[in-house]
Design a protein around this ligand. Structure first.
Ligand SMILES: *Cc1c(COP(=O)(O)O)cnc(C)c1O
Ligand code: SF4
Length: 456
């Protein structure tokens, strides 16, 4: 279900407790049709071929020219120009799979939740909040060796490589992930075994580290033998108890699980090694909208379920994509239905160029109220904010202070950065006109922040 893009709760209005409807859309009705045949370039592609990762990789679209060749007249007048204008200012390069292109409703692409996430349009962009920054999570500051972020006492984030099967325009790691764009020259991290050795040596040297997130980039883009090597090296360290492979692949290219046997078997071998050592090996994935989950997703999940591989989902809350109770509830139920465990819903990070996708903190607080109670407690995700400046993840209900008028919330994180305060700023489009004006004046900005920090 889509809502009007102009929808934003006015800041003075309290969040409503009335559900829009008790009847949620059917989460069990997974698409089984040959939806891709509506795309001119895929009109003759058989189900058998569409279900291979080789077809998906070969036909992945990486520039507006290819998109035009694929879609032809399907996109509305002016669409390609609007896209190109957005790409000229975007922090992320374009990369989208045939699977996702086929799932976009091309009768109304401007409001389609999948189009919104992967194909930016200049006409929908909003000016950035004045306090946005690249690497808003300060991942590079908590990096003892290149490509490893060690922020929490017992867990760390390892980035073996920085490419993905698709590029999400809202990526938190737009400072590093993907190809350079006119706006952003990326952090250079080599995909070299020598760099990985440095990370392994560091991890082995930290007795408190028990849990490693293998992210990136995306584990889908690791070669099968590299995926296995990383898993085995980590599991064999006595201190390591848990590893997770992060991949958006299940959402954007479930075909790989079905047809890339070398990769799926490598993952299975690591999971089996984990079981034999009584250690936990899990996949973390990233779905944002119920339309991303089809019968192909279910088939891919069934393979993993049969092999005893558990999958959790981390969703990003995005305005017009999943910021209404019906969509979020349907997403959580549909994920659960295909055996993906909803783990987190993240507030959107404060990354540049995607201000149209951010919501105020109040939206996450409201959605959590609707989702909790709609299904099993263990399938109810935690709604969290990754505190800008390296505070780590915080429950959206735990700000020390939240001023809905200025849009400033203040968090503390005693186990991660004791004694420090972390600020999140609601997007300007969620504030009143008066408050928006105040943000344009540097002295007013300082006064608002000082007030939020209790300094005045
Ligand atoms: C999110 C994150 C983790 C994992 O945190 P969980 O809450 O356990 O999922 C680890 N390290 C960093 C730097 C992270 O951002
Ligand atoms: S798949 Fe993940 S890491 Fe890659 S671009 Fe999307 S959000 Fe960023």
């Amino acid at each position: 279900m889509l809502i009007d893009t102009a929808h934003v709760d006015p800041p003075t209005q309290s969040t409503s407790d009335e559900p829009p409807s008790r009847v949620f859309p059917d989460h069990r009705a997974l698409r089984r049709d040959e939806f891709w045949r509506g795309i001119p370039a895929y009109a003759k592609v058989s189900e058998e071929e569409f279900r291979t990762h080789t077809f998906q990789n070969r036909h992945t679209v990486t520039n507006p020219r290819q998109l035009k060749e694929t879609l032809g007249a399907l996109a509305p007048e002016g669409f390609y120009e609007d896209l190109q204008a957005a790409l000229d200012h975007a922090p992320m390069a374009l990369r989208i799979s045939p699977y996702l292109l086929g799932l976009i409703d091309w009768r109304d692409p401007l409001h389609d939740p999948i189009r919104t996430q992967f194909l930016p349009l200049r006409s929908q962009q909003q000016p950035d909040h004045p306090l946005l920054q690249l690497d808003s999570l300060h991942e590079q500051e908590d990096s003892p060796v290149p490509g490893l972020t060690h922020r929490y006492p017992d867990k760390a984030l390892f980035l073996p490589q920085l490419s993905c099967p698709v590029y999400c325009r809202f990526c938190t790691r737009s400072y590093a992930v993907g190809n350079d764009t006119p706006e952003v020259e990326k952090l250079a991290l080599t995909t070299s075994l020598a760099r990985w050795e440095q990370a392994f040596a560091y991890i082995a040297s930290q007795p408190d580290l028990e849990d490693i997130v293998i992210s990136g980039g995306d584990s889908y883009n690791l070669k099968a033998d590299h995926l296995q090597l990383i898993g085995e090296r980590l599991l064999k360290m006595p201190n390591i108890r848990r590893i997770r492979y992060a991949t958006k692949g299940l959402c954007v290219m479930p075909q790989k699980i079905l047809s890339d046997h070398a990769w799926t078997d490598a993952l299975t071998r690591v999971a089996e090694l984990g079981r034999s050592l009584h250690k936990d090996v899990v996949v973390h994935t990233h779905f944002n909208h119920p339309a991303e989950i089809t019968s192909i997703t279910q088939d891919a999940m069934n393979v993993l379920v049969e092999r005893g591989i558990h999958v959790r989902c981390q969703t990003v809350l995005q305005r017009t994509v999943n910021d209404d109770p019906a969509t979020m509830t349907q997403l959580v139920r549909r994920l659960s239905y295909v055996n993906v465990h909803p783990y987190y819903v993240y507030m959107h990070d404060m990354v540049p160029g995607v201000e149209d996708l951010r919501t105020p903190l109040a939206t996450a607080q409201k959605l959590e109220k609707y989702v909790r109670g709609a299904t099993a407690g263990f399938n109810t995700p935690a709604f969290v904010l990754d505190a800008p400046g390296g505070g780590g993840k915080r429950d959206v209900h735990s700000p020390e202070r939240y001023d809905r008028a200025t849009g400033i919330s203040v968090f503390t994180s005693p186990s991660v950065k004791p004694g420090k305060q972390f600020l999140y700023f609601d997007p300007l489009h969620s504030l009143s006109e008066d408050q928006r004006q105040r943000w344009t004046i540097p002295a007013e900005r300082r006064a608002m922040i000082d007030a939020a920090l209790g300094k005045s």
